[in-house]
Write a protein that binds this ligand. Sequence first.
Ligand code: HEC
Length: 132
Amino acid sequence: MTNILKIAAVAASLAFLGVAPALADGDAAAGKAAFNQCKACHQVGPEAKNGVGPTLNGIVGRKAGEAAGYNYSDANKASGITWDEANLKEYLTDPKAKVPGTKMIFPGIKREKQLEDLIAYLKEIKADGSGV
Ligand code: HEC
């Protein structure tokens, strides 16, 4: 009997874990607000231009160092990174730890939820700048 209860408890917690990733998905609307802290240096949208930092249209899935006409650091260009969600999370948590020598001067976002929201927003922005 106790074994059955244990199995039931394990099954219940597994079912919970199965649901958890969906709950953890970022909220793009909240991410848009979080992007305000990037705007001093980065533009997105159809009219986006390189500024202190490169344009971030279509950044999710883009290779590091590919915004046309932007003068990247050697560290960025040599990083070999493709900006998937995992890499973006690490970079945005602590840019200098992920890419030593990067010229992105940003302390990093430490709140997991805010990171997820931000990445959900960035995912919606296509290479042509639609979705902002
Ligand atoms: C103070 C200016 C500044 C702020 C604020 C800033 N960045 Fe950057 N960012 C840069 C610079 C400069 C680079 C170019 C890095 C290099 O060449 O080493 C960069 C590079 C990047 C890259 C790599 C782009 C590529 O094409 O390889 C990503 C992704 C990025 N920033 C995202 C963000 C996000 C998201 C935020 C807001 C949370 C943010 N940055 C805030 C200046 C900034």
